[in-house]
Design a protein around this ligand. Structure first.
Ligand code: GDP
Ligand code: ZN
Length: 448
């Protein structure tokens, strides 16, 4: 059943002292290894309490042995799980023993990779395992579980079915050249195309939201020096004491904080003040702030006076796909009340970072943008590569539409639809290069 003859073993629990630890073994020799350790053949899916001994017969620890015969196991191969006290020393001795009996240490992600190769999971589901393990918030964990259950894959499969229907129609037209034009002009084809496009744009929007839930919303705080950017970051971080983890910055002058707002993760980056400057050091800081700005999901502009228009000019044109929030800070100085307004420049929130008045308005906005709260209901986790693949599907579909509408060119449209289908296959791993698989699975932890 396995594509790889090796039997692999790894400690599946986190490295460190713990009540219990789990060592996992998968492959053709797993059953024989279990039998040697237990002194008899194990019963399937039965917890055997036993003494684990080294080659010389010395006791390593006592614990549980479970045998999951193929194909009803996580990897689809024979799997054995050994539970001992959670000591890295004990688990290390047991791993050595298992390797003496014919296993080799597993590479990162190798169990999940085998589960994928044996058809137990598709690629998006395997990625969801890693995302579940790495999840930093309840919303992210729930979303990853939904993807693991196949919520995302199911949506991709529905889209695929629609695409295949389109291809069948277009390719049938090509097979009957005398009637090709009529076939391609049929309203039914138009309807099918629209339905697939609609489905695709909904999926793309939800996938983008899934990425934000999985990775956290990336918010960059920009504005003139002294507008109150750092004060605002501190005020947000202090209010959401749940987790405030400093993230090691890639650049010296950009401070990052990861905070949780009601179960969703936000990464906030405080940047050097934006202004026209001749000082080379300051210009470098501003350049980095602009780089940061290009990658952010949300640009949060902090202004301290009525200079919103001027500051917007400093910010430059809006990035596509980026949301702008404008904070008019220091309302305490003006004796003004907190407020929220929707304007053509973006959502404007009046608040005071100093007194905290109006901060809840901003938090609500950030939470909504992060896809949290009610918006997170039913959400699945996703990765940036999924968005890229779906965007390519959308481009091929648009090209197919154009070929049909403008030139009634069946061959061309069929070609684009084939490419779209291929891209969808990359999501679930149906058509995936070994390089991509290697990159995905090697980012998993050992023992997964
Ligand atoms: P940054 O350069 O944009 O990061 O600005 P800072 O956060 O360092 O704040 C600049 C100055 O404005 C500091 O003296 C802050 O105490 C003050 N400040 C920031 N926010 C407020 C506010 O809401 N009200 C008042 N009165 N002062 C503020
Ligand atoms: Zn600052």
């Amino acid at each position: 059943m396995s594509l790889d003859a090796d039997t692999i073993a790894a400690v599946a629990t986190a490295n460190g002292a713990a009540g219990i630890g789990v060592l996992r073994v998968s492959g053709a020799k797993a059953s024989a290894i279990a039998q040697t350790l237990l002194g008899r053949a194990p019963s399937p899916r039965h917890a055997h309490y036993t003494a684990f001994r080294d080659a010389a017969g010395a006791l390593i620890d006592r614990g549980l042995l479970l045998h999951f015969p193929q194909p009803h196991s996580f990897t689809g191969e024979d799997v054995v799980e050994l539970q001992t006290h959670g000591s890295p020393v004990v688990l290390g001795l047991l791993l050595r023993r298992v390797c003496e009996l014919g296993a080799r240490p597993a590479r990162a992600g190798e169990f999940s990779e085998r589960a994928f190769l044996n058809g137990k999971l598709d690629l998006a589901q395997a990625e969801a395992i890693a995302d579940l393990i790495a999840s930093q918030s309840e919303a992210a964990a729930r979303a990853a579980l939904r993807s693991l259950d196949g919520a995302f894959s199911q949506r991709v499969a529905e889209l695929l079915a629609g695409l295949v229907g389109l291809r069948v129609h277009v390719e049938a037209a090509i097979d009957f050249p005398e009637e090709e034009i009529d076939f391609l002009a049929a309203p039914e084809l138009r309807e099918r195309l629209d339905a697939v496009s609609d489905r695709l744009s909904r999926l793309l929007a939800e996938t983008r939201r899934g990425v934000r839930l999985t990775d956290g919303l990336h918010v960059v705080i920009v504005g003139r020096p002294n507008a109150g950017k750092s004060s605002l970051l501190n005020a947000l971080a202090a209010q959401d004491r749940a987790i405030v983890t400093p993230i090691p910055g890639t650049t010296r002058d950009i401070l990052r904080e990861s905070i949780q707002v009601d179960g969703v993760v936000l990464t906030l980056a405080d940047t050097a003040g934006l202004r026209d400057s001749a000082d080379p050091v300051e210009r470098e800081g501003i350049r980095r702030a602009r780089d940061e700005l290009e990658r952010a999901d949300v640009a949060l502009l902090v202004t301290d006076a009525g200079s919103v228009a001027d500051d917007l000019r400093l910010l430059g044109p809006a990035q596509s796909g980026q949301t702008r929030l404008i904070v008019r800070n220091k309302i305490d100085l003006a004796g003004a009340a907190p407020a929220r307004a929707e304007t053509s420049d973006g959502i404007v929130i009046d608040l005071s970072a100093k007194t905290g008045d109006g901060l809840d308005l901003l938090r609500g906005e950030l939470k909504r943008l992060a896809g949290g709260g009610d918006a997170a209901a039913g959400a699945f986790s996703a990765r940036a590569r999924h968005v890229v693949a779906l965007e390519k599907v959308a481009a091929h579909l648009a090209a197919a539409e154009l070929a049909l509408a403008e030139q009634r060119a069946g061959e061309l449209a069929a070609e684009e639809l084939r490419d779209a289908q291929h891209q969808l296959g990359e999501l679930t791993g149906e058509f995936t290069s070994d390089d991509l698989l290697g990159a995905i699975f090697s980012s998993f932890c050992i023992g997964k």
